[in-house]
Design a binder for this molecule. Structure first.
Ligand SMILES: [Cu+2]
Length: 152
């Protein structure tokens, strides 16, 4: 009899714990973000994304840190990525690492000035291959500023 009630109590506790984790996973934008840094140009090559092959997984929260190490401004532009993610927010970061602006709403393109940093927080919602990542400044994509994004 005692063992039986222990069994029932354990079953109830186990279900409560499971429900808790199900509820916690319900809001995918509240996870601890996976950080990924992309440099827009650097001193060796001003016309490239480093890295230029990006991989994400659906259902995980990412903090994509776009930092311009070069001497001219660049765009991180991808209609395909914009359509495959849910954007939680975008942040503008000052030179000393403080968040100085937070923008809500969908994102398609981010322009980052020399030395500047922007963070795009998003959750991929669609598995796909995206080939339209580029810098939209005239001549930059042609010079090699393009990239490939895979969402698994
Ligand atoms: Cu550019």
């Amino acid at each position: 009899m005692q063992y039986r009630s222990l069994g029932v109590i354990s079953a109830v506790l186990i279900s409560l714990v499971c429900m808790g984790s199900v509820l916690a996973a319900g809001d995918m934008t509240k996870q601890k973000p996976i950080e990924l840094k992309v440099s827009l140009g650097n001193d060796k090559n001003a016309m490239r994304f480093f890295p230029d092959k990006l991989e994400f997984e659906t259902g995980k929260l990412y903090k994509l840190i776009l930092h311009n190490e070069g001497k001219e401004k660049h765009y991180f532009s991808s209609e395909g990525l914009a359509q495959a993610v849910f954007t939680r927010k975008t942040q503008v970061v000052s030179a000393d690492g403080k968040v100085i602006a937070e923008i809500k709403g969908t994102v398609r393109e981010i322009e980052v000035y020399p030395g500047g940093t922007a963070e795009w927080w998003f959750v991929p919602v669609k598995a796909t291959e995206i080939k339209d990542l580029k810098c939209t400044i005239k001549g930059h994509a042609e010079a090699g500023m393009t990239g490939l994004i895979t969402i698994k």
